[in-house]
Design a protein around this ligand. Structure first.
Ligand code: TRP
Length: 332
């Protein structure tokens, strides 16, 4: 690989992505491939920190992989792989867990939230989740990590762990920075537009999945919650309309002024249908590519096998150095 900066990001295999995951994150991963050495990982090991049905996890992992390809991640250009295929992540995770304090992990807000939500399964993996995430990043000496706000605390911890390790054992790890994309709007729930769009929302109309078909997408947008006015413009307090404008803008490239003039004199009903159609048209090629990739199991397997080989070769160099630095005996 040439001398470009390294970007690492991971995504959980939770079935299909939402329009929020797509617009806020995955969509920005594609253009990064030209400027950076990109390493993208389906983090199925993180997934088992909450209870999973094994068959479903297996399917979701392969689907996530095929979806990333459908979203334009090119396994020839980037290293695209499945976390459990690359043993260095777990190996480094052990070493780094010994450089992480109980107190630090106890302060992670995601751990606190998740343990509240799953009080019957506060497992050790859930607690050490951020150490595995730090290992994902540090095993590749990543310069930049695209993360949403919910992962900022984990990235901060990864930086602290890297610094502590370097101080204790001598320079090894790069201190990774957060990568905040220039565009990358936050998509809100269609039913409660002050809340983030989420697949776990109980109301299925709140969330667009990127594999939803056109009719479903349009139906969900038609039911989107707006306000009692009639003007289509971006203004504080108009959360529902602002969200629709953000979505429309990010799939059409039009700015808010252009959208306001386009819909001057038209009603919310027309606008909602237009947003639905624009989103459905934008997502149609992704759906088609996804169907193509996931039907071709052999090709998919070839891609993730080669991805894992590249990821192992890359991370092994760094993890071997970490082993040596802490005083593990070489075998050769
Ligand atoms: N914890 C991240 C999330 O839930 C996923 C993740 C795992 C990740 N390892 C990573 C993200 C490394 C960035 C870098 O979104």
């Amino acid at each position: 690989m040439e001398d470009k900066k390294v970007i690492f990001s991971g995504i959980q295999p939770t079935g299909t992505f939402t329009l929020g995951n797509y617009i806020g994150a995955v969509r920005n991963w594609k253009p990064l491939q030209d400027e950076y050495n990109c390493i993208y990982c389906v983090v199925n090991m993180h997934a088992i920190t909450v209870r999973q049905e094994p068959a479903k996890l297996r399917k979701n992992t392969l689907d996530a992989y095929a979806l990333l390809m459908a979203c334009g991640i090119d396994p020839e250009k980037s290293i695209l792989f499945i976390q459990s295929h690359v043993k260095t992540h777990a190996e480094l995770s052990w070493v780094l867990s010994c450089a992480t304090q109980f107190g630090e992990l106890s302060r992670m807000t995601q751990f606190k939230d998740k343990s509240k939500r799953h009080p019957d399964d506060i497992n050790a993996g859930l607690f050490t989740y951020p150490v595995l995430m730090a290992s994902d990043i540090l095993a590749y000496n990543a310069d930049l990590v695209p993360v949403g706000v919910d992962q900022k605390q984990h990235l901060e911890l990864a930086r602290n762990i890297a610094q502590r390790f370097n101080q204790r054992y001598g320079e090894l790890f790069k201190i990774p920075d957060a990568y905040i994309p220039e565009v990358g709007a936050k998509v809100m729930s269609l039913q409660e537009p002050t809340k983030k769009m989420s697949k776990s929302d109980e109301n299925p109309n709140a969330c667009i999945l990127i594999l939803d078909d056109k009719d479903t997408i349009i139906r969900k947008f038609k039911r989107a919650v707006t306000d009692s006015e009639s003007e289509i413009c971006y203004r504080e307090g108009k959360d529902g309309i602002n969200n629709l404008m953000t979505i429309y803008s990010s799939v059409t490239g039009k700015n808010f002024d252009e959208i306001t003039s386009e819909f001057a004199g038209k009603g919310y009903g027309d606008f909602k249908i237009a947003v639905g159609e624009a989103v459905a048209d934008h997502l149609a090629p992704i759906r088609e590519k996804f169907a193509e990739y996931s039907a071709d199991k052999e090709y998919l397997k070839k891609c993730y096998t080669e991805g894992a080989e590249k990821a192992l070769a890359y991370s092994q160099r760094i993890v071997s150095k970490a082993y040596r630095k802490v005083g593990f005996v070489d075998i050769k």
